[in-house]
Write a protein that binds this ligand. Sequence first.
Ligand code: SF4
Ligand code: SF4
Ligand code: FES
Length: 487
Amino acid sequence: MKKMNVRVQRFDPGQDEKPHFQTYLVEVNEGARVLHVLHAVHDEIDPTLSYRWCCGSGQCGSCAVRVNGEPVLACMEEARDAMTIEPLKLPVKKDLVVDLEPALDALSHIEPTGSAAMPTREEVELIKPLRSCIGCLACVSVCPAMDVTSFAGPTAMRQDFRLALDPRDTKDRVTEAVSKGLFTCTSCQACWKVCPKDIQIPGKAIEKLRSLANKKGLTLPRHQEVAKMVRETGRSVSRTEPTFMEQVGEVIEPHGPVKATVGFFVGCMYNQRLPQTALDAIEVLRRNGIRVIIPKEQVCCGSPLIRTGQLDFLDTLKRRNIDAFAFRNIDTVLTMCAGCGSTLKHDYRTPFRVMDINELLTRYGIEPPARLPLKATYHDPCHLLRGQGIRDLPRELITQVVNLVEMPSVCCGSGGGVRSGVPEEAAALAEKRREEIEKTGADIVISSCPFCEFHIMEHTDRPVKNVTTLLLEGYREKDRKKAENTV
Ligand code: SF4
Ligand code: SF4
Ligand code: FES
């Protein structure tokens, strides 16, 4: 047996004005789950504590709560001393019991034809990864799109795609999904990362529904314009100044000995809209012994097409990009756009290794920069944090230059085609980011994705910089101090 202190959020709408925390000392067996702790509080200390559970074995989904801020199944999560247990971020009925009805009501139910038609083998394979939902609503509780729109939510999209594949269902689930907010999903992947059944709703349901919507002519007009631009120019955004690739040669040598040679996949945003940030990154790479090869025939990675379900031209883009790097026998391709990196890693089959710039710089090590007297906060790009599992590496780099104050990792609203297709939603999510940034009291905002940087820049009065620009400023300060000392 072991003793542990736990904080539990309590709220009785009949008595309390607002939720409050109560701390309990409980004694439970080694290896006890969070649910055992709740049983101990309820049975031995306070029988008024309300919480849901049923199967006790990860099958029914009724026990979902947040532990230290993260949605989990109470019956499966190991209990830890000093943990905080809260309800999911959904309307609370009492204590840890939330209102499930609105989200469950949004789920479509099969309307059978009465025919004996069965899904094909191919359809069954697509349905399989969507079948294991246990209705815990962890995904719904973290979806940023639902916070600012009337989006029916991730599990409703999962169900609509499942039914769209089933010939026994009579309704037009694709049109229904569009009317329920299919194009408001930002592809942030938060729903997938909290799902206890590991259901990859953005990739396995939402993007697939968007592709079916495209076949029905339901793609948003602005998304069609982006696809047209990619087909005609090879780029998903227009240029606003000389592009990055127009300003550099094909091979850029480092200042000192060569530690590694990489190909640089620049991406549309850094090439066309934020070339100075990519130039800053090149300076940091040169200073740290990285030789950079930039094949000029590279084009858009195709992410804006994949996320919006417009797949016609995708294979052409993939072939051009793979050939551009493979032709030069490049074995490591560097990305500094989180979206491009995630796309090359997950949507391509490349004959080369793909590394994000944060991975590359920490792998080969960097010359220490000088410190700057600034307080920074870091915005986690969804396609870096959840798309590539990179959380700590940018923080390791940033804290070599400035002090870091954290804010919650939530989508800024720029991804999934939302910035172009549903701009009012993108602005509402960016406004929430602005509020979080202000709460930190930070002087500057650091990120590691051009879409996030560009979008957040428009919604905050603080400077927004890439990790590599911050490092470069640290190096410039170091050089300045050195020059001062030698005068
Ligand atoms: S990917 Fe993000 S925005 Fe889309 S459904 Fe999942 S949580 Fe919501
Ligand atoms: S999709 Fe996953 S997180 Fe969402 S309700 Fe189903 S099991 Fe829970
Ligand atoms: S009690 Fe059924 S999943 Fe936890």
